[in-house]
Design a binder for this molecule. Structure first.
Ligand code: PMP
Ligand code: GLN
Length: 405
């Protein structure tokens, strides 16, 4: 089994995908489920692809998406979050509030293109999902980092406010958080809303893990705060909601005015998401086939199992409140993240992601990171374990970790 040899974050990520995917490795690296995604969605998509009577579902949809999917998305959100027509907060959505994208990745990409450009500053939390930094750089805007502090990795509103300047245009939020598993509280939501209104900011709210929360924590939406619907684009994903990461379908929710801008980019890149898969999701959303209850329970159980094993081994654990990941601090073991990831891969054959991938201030991060000192040792003592896995996969990983010397 080869060791990591690369020294840039993008290259480490790609190398890790290959190494963690080798036969015999228990892969807790990239966040994808190893259980089957929605059966209802897959069967409905297969029918759309093969039944002659459904052949029109194999041609383009409107760029904003298949009508039946947009309607099903609205019905799901309105019911799930108790959204009401005409309300000043928790306002119901209708199809004009939806654009179906090629995954949340495209959703983030086109939204950032529409909302920010050269000269603008975009605030994001550090650590965070690497695509925020990369996309902000691609649009030519300046990333501004606000540090999240362990052990709970909750945002500090004073630090957020200090990061705001007259150039700040967008605040990127993510709850449940990748990688740290923090879910924003009502007080934090109110804090973000107060800042967005006071400084006239747009919010991009990445809520791809919205249905996976633990221990009775309820997912809250920033768009549901007073005055926030008009300035928020909520980015969502079928990758996570239906455990179908390879389908590449997501959606952006906002006002028709905000969606108009991102639709220009969407219409000129992917044009529309795959039609038969959109159909499959529309059927699955209407069927509510139990995935919404079973998967969060499975992932929560995995977090407890893995958390206990890692604690026994001496890691400091932040038990996640939601999402698909658990982060472990390697400091008590006297190891850095990358070093420890290599040990787990070579000794235990367990693939994980080192914290370096999520720290935007690391000079090795894409194009030199954002604000890191060249040559500084920023290999943070953090590891991320994907817990969106079958129970037997998690039990095997735990067995291997416990057996490590
Ligand atoms: N946001 C976050 C926080 C993620 O972890 C991911 C990865 N799934 C995405 C966005 C992109 O999701 P998608 O597969 O829908 O492109
Ligand atoms: N969201 C997943 C992760 O964080 C996958 C991201 C990707 O590879 N595009 O691991």
């Amino acid at each position: 089994l080869a060791e990591f040899s690369s020294d840039t974050v993008g290259a480490i990520w790609n190398e890790l995908l290959v190494l963690s995917g080798q036969p015999g490795v228990c892969n807790l690296g990239q966040g994808f489920p190893d259980y089957a995604g929605s059966r209802v969605a897959r069967e409905a998509a297969a029918a759309a692809m093969t039944k002659p009577a459904m052949s029109e579902l194999n041609q383009y949809t409107l760029p904003s998406g298949l009508g039946s999917l947009k309607s099903a998305i609205c019905a799901y959100y309105n019911k799930c979050y108790g959204l009401q027509e005409g309300a000043s907060r928790k306002r119901a959505i209708s199809p004009e509030n939806v654009v179906v994208t090629v995954g949340a990745t495209e959703g983030l990409f086109v939204t950032l293109h529409a909302l920010a450009g050269p000269g603008d500053e975009v605030i994001m939390f550090n650590p965070g999902f690497p695509w925020y930094l990369n996309t902000t750089r691609i649009v030519g805007a300046t990333p501004v980092l606000v540090e999240l502090h362990g052990p709970d990795f909750a945002p500090d509103m004073e630090e957020v406010e200090k990061a705001i300047t007259p150039k700040t245009r967008v605040l990127i939020l993510n709850s449940p958080h990748n990688p740290c598993g923090h879910c924003y509280t009502k007080k934090e939501m109110e804090g973000f809303a107060r800042l967005a209104l006071k400084y006239n900011l747009f919010v991009i709210s990445d809520e791809v893990y919205e249905n996976v929360t633990f221990g009775g924590v309820k997912h809250l939406r920033i768009a549901d705060e007073e005055g926030m619907f008009e300035r928020t684009v909520t980015v969502c994903s079928a990758s996570k909601l239906f455990s179908l990461t390879g389908w590449r379908i997501g959606w952006a929710l906002s006002t028709p005015e905000l969606l108009e801008g991102l639709s220009v980019y969407h219409g000129n890149t992917s044009y529309c998401a795959p039609s038969p898969l959109q159909h499959g999701l529309s059927v699955a959303l209407e069927a509510e086939d139990g995935l919404f209850e079973d998967i969060p329970k499975l992932v929560e159980g995995n977090a407890l199992l893995l958390g206990d094993a890692l604690r026994e081994k001496g890691f400091a654990i932040t038990q996640p409140q939601g999402g698909h990941f658990l982060v472990a601090d390697t400091t008590p073991l006297g190891l850095k993240g990358l070093e420890c990831a290599k040990l787990l891969l070579t000794q235990a054959k367990v693939g994980v992601v080192p914290g370096i991938i999520f720290y935007f201030d690391d000079p090795k991060n894409s194009n030199g990171g954002a604000g890191g000192k060249e040559g500084a040792d920023n290999d943070r003592p953090l590891l991320r374990f994907a817990i969106c896995k079958r129970r037997d996969t998690m039990e095997e990983a735990v067995r291997r970790i416990r057996a490590m010397v």
